[in-house]
Design a binder for this molecule. Structure first.
Ligand code: AHR
Length: 499
């Protein structure tokens, strides 16, 4: 059995555990909104038409910030369509996902839904096909208290208090040729700078996210970030990163090491942003808003989704069903975001319900947890205080996609009276025997140890078997003489809470 040892030094603090790391994303796409969070005829629906069974699961998931309403959708969106009396809202074509948008859920309803879940709104604004004035109008409608045309319209629409949205995304994936109104880095950087400057004239305390590349595989990756930030550095606070991972050609070993790619991606964007900052002699540091990340079987879904020439309401799109291995990767990606909490200021698991999501629903039927739900929910519940970067001594293996990868990966968090260690074993066949020196955390007792694993790394939760995969107590975890020892099954994710 492979053995590994981890040293934890209380002084090796990376940064704070930022609650916004546990964000997610709701896009008007497929069944994320319609029959996902909103289904007026569902037995659990509240007076707004929101499914309370889904609200309960979102609360359990522990999301903090939710990006809305897109994604690619936002680049064809007129926000005015989605406020006011519902029976007067227009039905529009959504070109991004080739479907019909009935506008029955808009900013005011979504903000009420967020209150039920306890999450903060992160609002994306369409600057791809609209521009500065509609962005300012939306800002006035959302955040101005009252006494102006658009704030009074919000009040008349039944929302007396302003939404007070702090985080705003200046468009979405503006380098992607699939984006309605995609642009060159120069054009987008100038437009983002002007829009940001105008929005700050209304409210200087907004937090603004400028679009980075839509992925590190884009041919312009790096140059895009540099050019966009050269135009907008003074005006924005965060630059976005998006990354999706999947098993390629059955290569599970590479897939399990996806976190290495994410960490390299973050390092590259930080280096590029800091390069621009140094050139500008600026002391300001740009944060990373990792506002789309997940496992996504992109190619499979392009071939099989309910997308054809018809224009439909809420078609089944991107409804990935996740395996145990997918959950281990999601848990590991979240560990990586924590490990870079010095610069990752916010993140959004894309997405929340039905669409590449931790929560699934059936129209008129139940809602259930995908495998990926569990590592997210447990990490959000247990991580607090500060992030500690561990020193890991473990065997490694060679991957085709990411080079040499450690068989065991880890991160720890420590707060005044508690600590937590998050672990993965990437070995496809062997359990790992692990020891962790926890003396410097002052921890002497395991209060909870949960492992997600299965004899079948491809096991899934489905409508027929919604609880096939769930975390189980790991009884092997004990602390003796300041050393935590634990056995990690093959292809597994583990969280250990310590006092
Ligand atoms: O999350 C699904 C889609 O992926 C988003 O709409 C888009 O931003 C990205 O390409």
């Amino acid at each position: 059995m492979p053995r590994a040892h981890i040293e934890l030094d209380r002084r090796a603090v990376v940064g704070p555990v930022r609650r916004r790391t546990f964000g997610s994303f709701v896009e008007h796409l497929g069944r994320c909104v319609y029959t996902g969070i909103y289904e007026p005829d569902h037995p659990t629906a509240n007076e707004d038409g929101f499914r309370m069974d889904v609200v309960e699961l979102v609360r359990e998931l522990g999301t903090t910030t939710i990006r809305y309403p897109g994604g690619n959708f936002v680049s064809g969106f007129r926000w005015e369509d989605s406020v006011g009396p519902r029976d007067r809202r227009p039905v529009r074509r959504d070109l991004a996902w080739h479907s019909l948008e009935p506008n029955q859920v808009g900013l005011d309803e979504f903000a009420r839904w967020l209150k039920l879940t306890g999450s903060e709104l992160m609002l994306a604004v369409n600057i791809a096909t609209r521009g500065i004035l509609p962005a300012l109008d939306l800002l006035e409608y959302a955040n101005h208290p009252s006494g102006t045309a658009l704030s009074d319209l919000r009040v008349a629409n039944g929302t007396p208090e302003p939404h007070n949205v702090r985080m705003w995304c200046l468009g979405n994936e503006m380098d992607g040729p699939w984006q309605t109104g995609f642009m060159t880095a120069d054009d987008y950087g100038k437009l983002a700078a002007r829009t940001a400057a105008a929005m700050r004239m209304a409210d200087k305390d907004l937090e603004l996210v400028v679009c980075g590349s839509s992925g590190s595989g884009m041919p312009t990756f790096g140059d895009w970030e540099r050019t966009v930030l050269e135009h907008s550095y003074e005006h924005v606070d965060h630059v976005s990163c998006h990354a999706y991972y999947q098993v390629h050609d059955g290569d599970l070993g590479s897939f399990l090491a996806s976190a290495l790619d994410m960490e390299h991606f973050i390092d590259t964007v930080v280096a590029t942003a800091d390069h621009v900052g140094h050139k500008k002699r600026s002391r300001k540091r740009i944060g990373i808003s990792f506002d789309e990340w997940n496992v996504w079987y992109l190619k499979e879904h392009q071939e099989s989704d309910e997308v054809n020439d018809e224009w439909r309401f809420a078609p089944r799109q991107l409804e990935d069903v996740y395996t145990v291995a997918d959950a281990v990767v999601v848990g590991n990606l979240l560990m990586t975001l924590l490990k870079r909490s010095d610069r990752v200021t916010s993140a959004s698991l894309a997405q929340l319900v039905n669409v590449i999501a931790p929560i699934m629903t059936e129209p008129g039927g139940p809602a259930w947890r995908q495998t990926t739900f569990h590592p997210f929910a447990i990490t959000s519940r247990l991580a607090s205080g500060e992030v500690i970067r561990p020193v890991i001594d473990a065997p490694s293996y060679l991957t085709a996609r990411h080079g040499e990868a450690s068989l065991v990966d880890a991160v720890a968090t420590v707060d005044e009276d508690r600590a937590a260690v998050f672990l993965v074993n990437r070995d496809l066949r062997e359990p790992a025997r692990l020891t962790v020196d926890v003396r410097s955390l002052g921890s002497s007792r395991v209060v909870e140890a949960l492992t997600l694993a299965d004899a079948d790394a491809y096991a899934k939760n489905t409508l027929a078997e919604p609880e096939r995969v769930a975390p189980a107590v790991n009884a092997s975890a004990v602390v003796a003489d300041g050393v935590l020892s634990v056995e990690l099954p093959p292809v597994s994710w583990t969280a250990i809470a310590l006092r």
